[in-house]
Design a protein around this ligand. Structure first.
Ligand SMILES: [Mn+2]
Length: 263
């Protein structure tokens, strides 16, 4: 039997750098100086690294650094695109411009917890890195997406196609297309709809591949009830077809890391 290097996923960080450090240290993926010690392990962030919390730029810099360090040890660090990455990029590129649909990108971003200091701190390195991130990925039999939503099918019917469409969009100045994508992320909890959720999950997996969906985007306590501080582990639902890993750090959750098994 071949022994695979471990694969970990992390939910939405939202600018909370000390919490991220703590969680990765406890998992022995970084040392006390915050350098990668995970060897050949893989670590996937589910998107929404930025906004709401105090230090989005710090989180971006740290994840970019970890990705480089992991690569040097044949490890792997990557991050899905969340709606907050798109909100931040749109605020940067289009600022006070608005579209036919609604108010300016700055306004929209600030309503979603955007912080002025983060916009000022964005560099070309961040912009390039963010634009290169995928919207979805398959790890073994596990399909990773940011949002618990089905709108991804509007952008393609394979992982490669969706990622390519997102990339093209992010390189374009079609503000209406940006707006539509950002608005699409307002969709959530689709796979936990009482009567149709399981079927949506099943169909989604049959289109994109994989046996199980892992996502962030919706803080777990919104689905399970109770305060965010009680959330310490992933939330499995839809007959085990879906796993929510958003520990709701920005709402007071301690956050956690999730190691994939049977992938
Ligand atoms: Mn999100």
């Amino acid at each position: 039997m071949q022994v695979e290097a471990p694969v970990y996923v992390m939910g939405d960080i939202h600018g909370h750098l000390p919490a991220l450090h703590r969680i990765l240290q406890e998992a022995h993926l970084i040392n006390k100086d915050h350098h990668w010690t995970g060897g050949e392990a893989s670590l996937w962030f589910m998107g929404d690294l930025v906004d709401r919390g105090p230090d989005s730029i710090g989180v971006l810099d740290f994840v970019i650094q970890l990705q480089q360090e992991a690569q040097e040890m044949s490890g792997h660090v990557d991050c899905l695109l969340g709606n907050h990455e798109l909100l931040l990029l749109a605020a940067y590129y289009f600022g006070w411009r608005s579209t036919e649909l609604s108010n300016s990108f700055i306004t929209k971003w600030r309503h979603n917890g955007g912080k002025k200091s983060d916009l000022i701190g964005l560099t070309q390195v961040h912009l390039t890195w963010l634009t290169d991130r995928p919207a979805m990925a398959l790890v073994g039999n596990i399909l990773l997406i940011h949002a618990d939503a089905t709108f991804y099918t509007r952008y393609g019917h394979s992982i490669a196609e969706v990622n390519e469409t997102f990339k093209k969009l992010m390189k374009s100045s079609n503000t209406l297309a940006w707006e539509e994508l950002i608005e699409a992320f307002a969709m959530r909890e689709v796979f936990s709809y009482p009567h149709t959720g399981k079927e949506f999950a099943e169909r989604f997996l049959s289109i994109f591949g994989g046996k199980q969906i892992i996502h962030g985007h919706t803080p777990i306590q919104m689905m399970s009830g109770g305060p965010a501080r009680n959330v310490t582990q992933p939330f499995v639902y839809a007959n085990g077809q879906c796993v929510n890993v958003d520990g709701g750090i920005y709402m007071g959750g301690s956050g956690f890391i999730y190691q994939l098994t049977n992938f």
